[in-house]
Write a protein that binds this ligand. Sequence first.
Ligand code: ATP
Ligand code: MG
Length: 787
Amino acid sequence: MDIENLLQELNESQRKAVEYNDGPSLVIAGAGSGKTRVLTYKIAYLLNLGLPPHNILSLTFTNKAAREMKARVGQLMGESVARRLWMGTFHSIFSRILRTEAEKIGFTSNFTIFDSADSRNLIKTIIKEYQLDDKTYKPARIQAMISNAKNALVSPVAYAQSKEMQEYDMKAKIPMVRDIYRSYNARLQASNTMDFDDLLYYTNRLFRDHPEVLKTYQDRFQFILVDEYQDTNFAQYLVVKQLADAHHRVCVVGDDAQSIYSFRGANIDNILNYKSNYPEARIFKLEQNYRSTQNIVNAANSLIKQNKGQIQKNVFSENQVGEKLEVASAFSDFEEGIIVANKIQDLRRSKDSSYSDFVILYRTNAQSRVFEESLRKKNIPYRIYGGLSFYQRKEIKDVIAYFRMVVNPKDEEAFKRIINYPTRGIGNTTVGKIVDTAQLHNLSLWETIGDPLAHNLNVNTGTAKKLNDFHTLIDGFIKELPVASAYELATKIVKESGIAREAYQDQTPEGMSRQENLQELLGGIHEFCESRLEEGEQNIGLIDFLSEVSLLSDQDTDKEVEQEKVTMMTIHASKGLEFKNVFVVGLEEDLFPSSMTKSEPKGLEEERRLFYVAITRAEQFCMLTYAKSRFRNGQTNSCNPSRFLKDIDREFLNANAGVLEGTMGGFSQQTQGNFWDTVRRNREEKEELQEVKRKEESIFERPQIPVSREDKYSKPNFVNARNAEPKTPLTKDIYGIQVGAVIKHERFGIGTVSAIEGDAASRKATVEFENAGVKQLLLKFARFDII
Ligand code: ATP
Ligand code: MG
């Protein structure tokens, strides 16, 4: 595209930021103001100036962001050019570098990558080997500690020598962390595997210890661009700095108000200190938001103003004023699911939108289930982005473990996963012996079973034969590796390993779904080979496929997001994305803000930034929902609306009366009281009060049952019904319920009884709920209140 035309698609400030390339620059600006657009156009601009694509390094936070940017540059400058850019996530670019340079840091280029579950398994094994108590040495906690150490570039040796770390660990009564860290790293290295953090850690090591290698890459990357710079951690920051040291041609963009990864070691100071690192740096600010309506931008501004530690920014929108943000309260998480599903259906019809214009954003993955249920019931297609993604499913992980084993036979976790899968009579005792023997002789598990006699592996002849068969099987695949395509070898593995047979023998729905997943995987590999061929590559082997899938982080899985489906994802995964309609759900104290973070102001501010990220994903419509009771950790708890709802200026919100009252936490009774006031007011307005009263009187046959109407409205007592004894045993009295009665049910919310049938213990009421549809309730068990 002609360069002038290209620049015309930018506003004045964006254009200046794109055109300045004489030294380092920082673009700092609020959400939706075109930071990512500036990076994309800058790349096009640089290409236009004649910089070859392979000299440009562009780092993004998710694979999806990289794909989108590449596609856009492709449109602007041609696909073949875009393909040759070094564009990807930190992890994918670094793993590419590490594969080329693996020998220099004690690995071979076929190293495999552990996902988080593999790492945790290995940590568990080590804790067991040290005979430590895993209640004190919680594997997840140790994993996080090791990860933090790596991201701060603290080696096991440095960890062991650090007084500060030791004191901390002593105080926390976990003095052996340093030993676990050391063993864990040694084991990874011995099995030629890296965990996710290693990709950053070893790149730093590589550049620190091999200046000539650093020089090569400094010369290669003549220009470096980084998106979402506010979320880089120390290890990422340092690599960028080292690479840019030679020429200082680096442009980073970010928004301090969207820094949401401090729990992973991201350091907002990176953005604040940019100027001291590069005193000559130019700073650009962008103020106009092009993504969202004025109401959305203003609501988000009013929210983030509540944070103290924020760079003051002026963000405005010249788009339509738009609708106010809608706030909805639900009785339960269940009803929240239905409210959202209904709204999606309504909006899709009234605005003629596509399902892919909708996203449901939540704080924790576990929240997705109720929405899955409610969308499925309405036949609304959806996909969960992240969570238990395709590659996390058991049958897929099993097959991938075979691939890993074939590519890198030393891979310990892969070995353990497949040695007895499908079952071949090699039990845990034998695996234990193999592990012990391997430790003793300093060998990998694979080498140990290669020659059991030589290593005194103490197993009987039957077991020895089974091990030998397994060895022969894998060895056969290994021999194919250099000659077979990824697809050929993958198909062979699925067939000959017995996995296919096992899946196809199982005709249960689960078995069928496993078969479909296996087909899907092979189909995916086929497509992968085809597309790489199209890109002009040859000999696309299993190792190429594996490198690609190992880098799909759990929040970043596949490409079908564009399809006609509602998207569900955590807020963390939504960074940088945009959708026409956004639902931010579960706005309750202890969920969002999460209970773990709200005790300290810093934690609370990060949660608020997370909420800011969520709202600013919306282009046209944004709905915020909360439930008054939620099933969590095995029980139903009553919940209070999130304090964040109060942070938003009321003039930008559309909430029914009472919905926003008491949104400070700790006032659940008050909220409920307000709710009942609202119900009463509505009924009075409709002149139905007398009617309700009449029904009520007829329902309660025994005079000792409740109480004055005042009490009844202000103290609904079912909310904790599963946890505590209700103060009045309501369920016994509702047998007298009649057609026409209006009830408030714990999960389904408000409804009207339309039929009653059966006697005594089997008495059932049919109830038409306002949101949840028609339900039949067995009165013996039903939990509701009559209003
Ligand atoms: P975030 O902070 O969420 O990552 P961002 O600052 O990176 O946001 P972009 O995603 O680059 O913002 O831009 C937001 C939207 O506005 C995109 O759809 C983009 O194409 C559009 N946009 C940005 N600048 C302009 C412009 N000058 N003219 C038209 N559209 C624009
Ligand atoms: Mg962006």
